[in-house]
Design a protein around this ligand. Structure first.
Ligand code: NAD
Length: 286
């Protein structure tokens, strides 16, 4: 793991699924990390290099950078940013929000120019991608500094030109999910075979090249024909797939309840996660 030549004092707010991984990433990069959460049991799971506190001031006063990964709730995040504004006038504040509007988050921080979104992916210590997304108020210096810190921590940051709901990754993912669930619902192929189509073909190809490069390699003339034929026929549902709605109604939430599309056992799930980690290591060496 690379070590940042300019170690910072970094406060990671929230020690849940994402915050714990994000704290590990910046601790591995040699930064001094303090993690804040309201739940001592969440803090207790962090590794020993990470200082922990349930008092926001102990994490934020003197911090150079705050990485925020608390509950996905606008009012809760804004309240924390107001408290940060009173405790530290200069630190960059980066939110891991998946869906909240950047402009409204930034508005709760004074000055708002030091706010941006740094969107990690689960598991944060494994997936190299971090989407860095500006609010309209974000300064270029804030974006540049965040990008540098992420690169030096071994991440592959992508800086978006502006915020759109879902950023880039979740929009691409949602587009594929819409079609995958429609094909399963229409009985064209089983969910297991749809997964195999992606794993054995599309996903591995995209992992190596990305969809834009794949169109170039295939030939624009081919993709003109394919997109022209298929776009009018693709699913255009505007609501959550029925199969997901019904699974949630039954309480079948996937891995965390033991049943979703698949039946789960923890050992098999771990093998899938290990496969993912091995793939990222092979592709990006981390
Ligand atoms: N889970 C994912 O796959 C994922 C991926 C990308 C981004 N995110 C985003 O990351 C953020 C955190 O998600 P998560 O999955 O880690 O959630 P989580 O529920 O696992 O963790 C949230 C943590 O924040 C703490 N917290 C909640 N409210 C708080 C408050 N008012 N003050 C202090 N601590 C508080 C909780 O005690 C908990 O430990 C959210 O904004 C989420 O949208 C999640």
């Amino acid at each position: 793991m690379p070590t940042d030549p300019n170690p910072l004092r970094i406060a990671v707010l929230g020690a849940g699924q994402m915050g714990a991984g994000m704290a590990q990433v910046v601790a591995d990069a040699g930064h001094t990390v303090v993690s804040w959460d309201v739940r001592p049991d969440a803090l207790a799971k962090l590794d020993a290099r990470i200082r922990t506190t349930t008092h926001l001031n102990e994490a934020v006063v003197g911090a150079d950078l705050v990485l925020e990964a608390i509950a996905e709730d606008l009012a809760i995040k804004q309240e924390v940013y107001r408290r940060i504004s009173a405790l530290n006038a200069t630190c960059i504040v980066a939110s891991n929000t998946s869906s909240l509007p950047a402009e409204q988050l930034a508005a709760a921080l004074e000055p708002a120019s030091r706010f941006a979104i740094a969107h990690f992916f689960n598991p944060a210590a494994v997936v190299p991608l971090v989407e860095i997304v500006p609010a309209p108020q974000t300064s270029p210096e804030t974006l540049q500094k965040l990008k540098e810190v992420m690169e030096r921590a071994g991440k592959l940051p992508v800086v978006l030109n502006r915020a759109v709901p879902g950023f880039v990754a979740n929009r691409l993912q949602a587009a594929l999910y819409r079609e995958a669930y429609a094909l399963a619902a229409e009985g064209v192929a089983s969910p297991q075979d749809i997964d195999l189509v992606v794993r054995a073909g599309l996903g591995s190809r995209w992992a190596a090249a990305g969809p834009m490069m794949v169109t170039d390699l295939g030939g624009m003339d081919i993709w003109k024909a394919v997109t022209g034929q298929l776009f009018p026929l693709l699913a255009a549902d505007r609501t959550t797939p029925q199969a997901i709605e019904e699974a949630v109604r039954r309480g079948d939430l996937g891995s965390k309840t033991g049943r979703g599309i698949y039946e789960h056992d923890p050992e098999e799930d771990q093998r899938v996660k290990d496969r993912m980690a091995a793939h990222f290591k092979l592709e990006f060496g981390q």
